[in-house]
Design a protein around this ligand. Structure first.
Ligand code: ZN
Ligand code: FE
Ligand code: FE
Ligand code: ZN
Length: 272
């Protein structure tokens, strides 16, 4: 593909979350090397919804590390040849919207990415929790996942919805037609005016495909939901991984523009 594509990667982690490797400068070096036009760090927000004193080791930065994260990204921006955006990946926890809003309000984020990684306490994207898929009814799991995603999108807390069909990560997919769920999700995203993330990390897992699946992306396009791109890099070499593929998929379904963010405001840029 030509070098004039507007390739971005809006989903980069940092070692502060406890399960990513490398220094943030190395993420930037890799981004420049791969010709990315701009990048956004989007590390895991502290798990604000857990009871006091409780934590999940190696899952997210501690609350006292959040100022350091912000400082590091803003400092990197100063020495970067390409725009570096300050994002954050925040778990949605039903009923805890006020705590989340309060936590987010203290920092100059360019965008907030909302994620569903938990279904009623089940950390379904964690490899140690895979056994649970065979114990549950997959139809119900998918319905619950998408209903949480829809609810999150309506909270007004998020600019971007991360990896929209993350629930397929380990390759467990119900036999039913998923299009009604996709349709409902796309409608909800449009109503809430949120952007959907095309996230390439699914290619690294048994799902072996980008999040979202093509029919879900088609539903987003049909409803006029904007998209952005992310690799979910947890190591410098993963920066920009398959984002050209993600962009090509977006173009195939009809997209001609990508969303970028600054100070929580969305701007559309031409893909090429
Ligand atoms: Zn992570
Ligand atoms: Fe995530
Ligand atoms: Fe992530
Ligand atoms: Zn993620």
């Amino acid at each position: 593909m030509s070098l004039s594509l507007y390739l971005v990667d809006y989903h980069l982690h940092t070692p502060l979350c406890g399960h990513a490797r490398g220094e943030i400068d190395d993420y930037l070096v890799e981004a420049v090397k791969k010709g990315l036009v701009e990048i956004g760090f989007c590390d895991h927000l502290p798990l604000y919804f857990l009871p006091p004193g409780q934590s999940i080791p190696g899952y997210a930065m501690d609350e006292d590390q959040l100022p350091l994260y912000v400082e590091k990204v803003l400092a990197l921006r100063e020495r970067s040849p390409i725009p570096v955006k300050l994002g954050i990946e925040a778990d949605y926890a039903p009923g805890r919207e006020r705590e989340l809003a309060l936590l987010l309000s203290g920092y100059p984020f360019d965008y907030v990415t909302g994620s569903i990684h938990f279904i009623d306490g089940w950390s379904f994207d964690h490899p140690g929790e895979i056994g649970e898929y065979s114990r549950r009814d997959l139809n119900e799991v998918y319905e619950r996942y998408f209903s949480l995603l829809v609810e999150a999108s309506q909270s007004g807390l998020f600019d971007v919805m991360a990896h929209p069909d993350l629930i397929k990560k380990f390759g467990f997919v119900p036999k039913r037609d998923l299009r009604p769920l996709y349709e409902e999700t796309a409608r909800a995203f449009k109503r809430a005016d949120v952007c959907a993330e095309i996230n390439t990390a699914g290619l690294r897992y048994p799902a072996k495909e980008i999040y979202p699946a093509r029919p879900l992306l088609e539903a987003f396009y049909a409803h006029g939901v904007p998209v952005t791109l992310g690799s979910d890099a947890h190591a410098p070499l993963q920066v920009g991984e398959a984002v050209e593929k993600a962009l090509a998929l977006a173009v195939e379904v009809g997209y001609r523009e990508l969303a970028v963010f600054e100070g929580r405001a969305r701007k559309m840029v031409k893909i090429s």
